[in-house]
Design a protein around this ligand. Sequence first.
Ligand code: S3P
Length: 436
Amino acid sequence: MHVVITPAPQLTGEVVVPGDKSISHRGVMLGALAEGKTRLSHFLAGEDCYNTIKAFQNMGIDIRMESCFSEDGSEERRLVIQGKGLHGLKKPVKEIQAGNSGTTARLLAGILAGQPFEAVLDGDISLRKRPMDRIIEPLRLMGAKIGSRDNSNTLPLAIQGGRLKGIEYTLPVASAQVKSAIILASLYADSPTVIHQPAPSRDHTEILLRHFGGRLETRNHTLTAYPAQELQGRDIRIPGDISSAAFFITAALLVPHSRITMKRVGINPTRTGILDIYHQMGADISITNIDDTDGEPVGDITATHCPLYGIEIGGSIIPRLIDEIPILALAATQAHGTTVIRDAGELKVKESNRIDSVVRCLRAFGADIEPTEDGMIINGPSPLTGNIVTCRMDHRIAMMAAVAGLIAEGQTIITDGQWVNVSFPGFFQAMDELRS
Ligand code: S3P
């Protein structure tokens, strides 16, 4: 899908940010493993989450969208999952296709490790390149049998689950996907599992699992996950995804005379690194109406155009903003001074190699940006010029390029704009509606 972006003189108004992707995936997974119905309001109807839905339908779980009336009387759609309990999944009728979704593949591997059947897990050509050794190793230690073609430790994987044992494991990277795969497998283990994390990563699995009746203890960076007898289905309102909001926060900061508000966005502290960094860069961002939905904090975020200043970013804040680095790099091209991003080698194993793809894309716009081994160095402010962009199967690169197009001179064309549907269906329309 070709999308043409032209410069915006101003962006004002409200954006409804789609439901959080990480929480949407986990809601389907825990809903399927719980007893009774789980209803997810503001579920992210993006391609990644549909892959999770299809995986569980493939294992005999009834999942459908229904219309209902929300508290304010307006009609809304919610996802209803008819859980069959921890031991209710059936051997999949065909291989499980995770598509572009690393969260589907890695978290599901943890669940499959505890099932009494063999399943094959596959993905698209982008996901087939991403490392799976990080989940294979701990799940094998727990007792699962996992095979990959030529021992490549990449998808497709054949997973033969069974009786698992609890382990004590130190995560080699601060990855929420790996942590969550182990937590989900430990529901099926014969004893508790202890996980040591190098730094905190998003804790949605922990919050949601407790909400469904699971037992977990956390102390500092160490977590103990207990085997479960039973989980209970729940009704959950999913917060807006701060990783999606980040594109509009940045658009408001960069486009002159702009002000954009996003209501009920998730502000879980393990995800708000981007807000902390933008505040340090001098951004005008306010959060009001702070509330709590099912253990996840939410708030209304308003961002207003203002000058930004370069800073150094590294260390334990990186896992709290890892998905926002592409859009943060764009903001840094407009900031006064130098921005250095380090300790972000994980960017190389995302939907694309995001050190390469961010540098390649922003250089094409005329930015002054250098790749490093574990991040990038950006000098600003630089004027940007519109150009033709391919996002190479990476939704966040497509959205970064679209925001760059708003402040670039001339026209920007994104040749494969359909990739935004992975996490933000309706992204381009939402952007257009803010032009005044
Ligand atoms: C996610 C965790 C992060 C993040 C990804 C979603 C999750 O990946 O980049 O988009 O839902 O657990 P890692 O765990 O690989 O850091």
